[in-house]
Design a protein around this ligand. Structure first.
Ligand SMILES: [Zn+2]
Length: 203
């Protein structure tokens, strides 16, 4: 039985579920796209138009996907029904989707199918397991504890719920922004090397 009060979450004005999902997107894009750290560390490419890089948007999508494809459905239907955003009355099928998108089995199946479909997705699709790896220590006991071994076992890690620990929430954002800053520095250095190399070729 899922009691409504168990997941009644006290949330502050700033750190809300939406900001958490956005965080997963920003971190996923920083860690799993060619604009983020993997691209910044690679030696290939001199493209300055970062927004035209498809892996950026794909990694952002896979970063938010596990929550959007489960809880997002509940919030969207409530929103369009004019009920506002509610953490209560979450239907069982939404919890089922939450287990699928937050378990090793769901990730293994989903990731394999994606890479079989398009090999180039191997990098941006890693934002999905990264999302779940971040959820593991940042979700405490309760219905939102990460169901990592579903459907085989209910065992899992009891973490520190980010919605009860604002410092954890803000530190995570500082980390993601730091990762972006480091990526931007590496990227700027590479673009400079590229333009000076092409400049000396033109002479
Ligand atoms: Zn999640």
């Amino acid at each position: 039985m899922l009691s409504e009060t168990r997941y009644a979450i006290s949330r502050g004005p700033v750190y809300s579920g939406g900001m958490d999902t956005l965080f997963h997107g920003v971190l996923g894009a920083a860690a799993c796209s060619n604009v983020g750290l993997p691209g910044a560390l690679s030696k290939r490419g001199c493209d300055r138009r970062w927004f035209a890089e498809w892996t950026l948007w794909a990694a952002f999508f896979f970063g938010v996907f596990p929550d959007i494809a489960s809880l997002g459905i509940h919030f969207a239907t409530n929103f369009f029904a004019g009920n506002g955003v509610r953490w209560t009355g979450i239907p069982d099928f939404v919890f089922f989707l939450y287990r699928v998108t937050h378990s090793l089995l769901g990730i293994a199946l989903g990731y394999s199918l994606l890479v079989l479909w398009k090999r180039a997705l191997w990098l941006p699709a890693l934002a999905w397991p990264l999302h779940v790896a971040v959820d593991l220590p940042t979700h405490g006991d309760g219905v939102f504890r990460t169901p990592i071994f579903w459907p085989f076992s209910s065992a899992g890690f009891v973490g520190w719920s980010w919605w009860q620990h604002p410092r954890l929430f803000y530190s995570a954002w500082v980390f993601a922004i730091g990762l972006w800053s480091v990526s931007a520095i590496f990227r700027a250095a590479r673009v400079r090397r590229c333009s000076s190399a092409s400049g000396s070729r033109a002479e």
